[in-house]
Structure formats: C-alpha cells, structure tokens
Write a protein that binds this ligand. Sequence first.
Ligand SMILES: N[C@@H](CCC(=O)N[C@@H](CS)C(=O)NCC(=O)O)C(=O)O
Length: 204
Amino acid sequence: MKLLGSPGSPYARKARIAMIEKKVNCEFVPDRPANPGSQVPKYNPLSKVPVLVLDNDKGMIDSSVIVEYFDGIGSGPKLIPAEFKERIAVRQWEALGDGIVDAIVALTHDSRYSESCDKNADWYQKQLKKIEGGLATLERDIGSNEFCFGHAFSLADICAGMVLGYMDRAYASYDWRSKYPGLKRYADKLYVRTSFQQTALPKS
Ligand SMILES: N[C@@H](CCC(=O)N[C@@H](CS)C(=O)NCC(=O)O)C(=O)O
C-alpha cells in the first residue's frame, strides 16, 4: 500500500496524519499530479491527491475516505467515533476544515493574488470572509478545550490542525495567531504530536 501526495498538500497531510496516528503500515510517496510522470492520474481520474494505492493496484481517492479506511484497518484509539451523533459531530468539524482550506486555495491560487494585491476587491473579500468566519468558528467552538470534540484526539483535531498549518504555508501574511489567540494556544499543544511534526508542510 502506498499513499501518493504532494508534500505541501493539506488534504494529503490529513491522510498522512491519520496514517501515523493509526500506525498503518504504508509508505508515503511524494507525487505532485502536475509533474510529468506523476502516477496520480493512473490511480485517480480526478488527478488529485491524496490517493491511496492498494495492494491490488487499485486507487482509493479522497482524504475523507482514506482517513476512514485507515481508522478501520489501523490500531489505537478511533479517529471517527462509532456512535451516530458523535460521528456526525466529528464529520462537521471535517466539513468546516475542508471548507476553510478550499477558501484558502481559492484566494491564494487566484491569478490576481499577491502580497500587494487590492485586499478590498470583491474576489478577495469573498474568500477572506469564509476564512475568517471559519477561523472564528473554530476558535469559538474549541474554547479552552484541549481537543475539538470530547476529551480525546480525533479527526476533528486533524482537520483543525490541517487548516492552521495550511494558513502558515499558503497565506503566511495573515497573522492568525494574533487575531485568534485561542487557536494559537490550541495549535501550540497540537503541534507537539509526532504525527504533526513528521508531516509539517514545507514553506512555500
Ligand atoms: N476532496 C479532495 C480534495 C483533494 C485536492 O483538492 N487536492 C489538491 C491538492 S491540496 C490537488 O490534488 N489538486 C490538483 C488538482 O486539482 O489538479 C480530498 O479531500 O482528497
């Protein structure tokens, strides 16, 4: 089994963190879909990462599905609770995290984006509103807790950490630590985990 992903991809990082937390015996293979010779299109018709290449040479796609797979086959505490209401609650955190990352990508990959671009422009404000709304919601809902959901590490924390790590990589000019001190406190604790340290995103 091999996990293909770009070293800088937040979604690949989500799957990589789950792989480490669940002690799954799988190799991470750096592979950017845009690079010539990439194996990604062979296993994912959408040409996106992460993609998990199974032992039967079939591809499993989407970070959400791959995390659930790792949670099922790996050892250690569950990342996604079995109980219905709890599972839906954790999935809500995931949806929020994925949505914030989508907005960071939309903002920072826009051809008009640069450090000196017009921050009042409609296209900029539209994505910024989603990012700030998302970060404010994370900060409010985490409060002074150690974990996003309940009293244990879960997929919800993987997703919150994925967001904050990607802010630092793709949108480093935004000082989220000063604006959301509760998130800074939360992230400082989360980032000492081996799974976060081993998957730290390269600076862009
Ligand atoms: N919903 C997908 C999103 C995956 C995704 O958008 N990956 C980006 C990298 S962060 C990608 O591969 N982009 C290349 C492309 O869209 O061509 C998931 O969670 O796996």
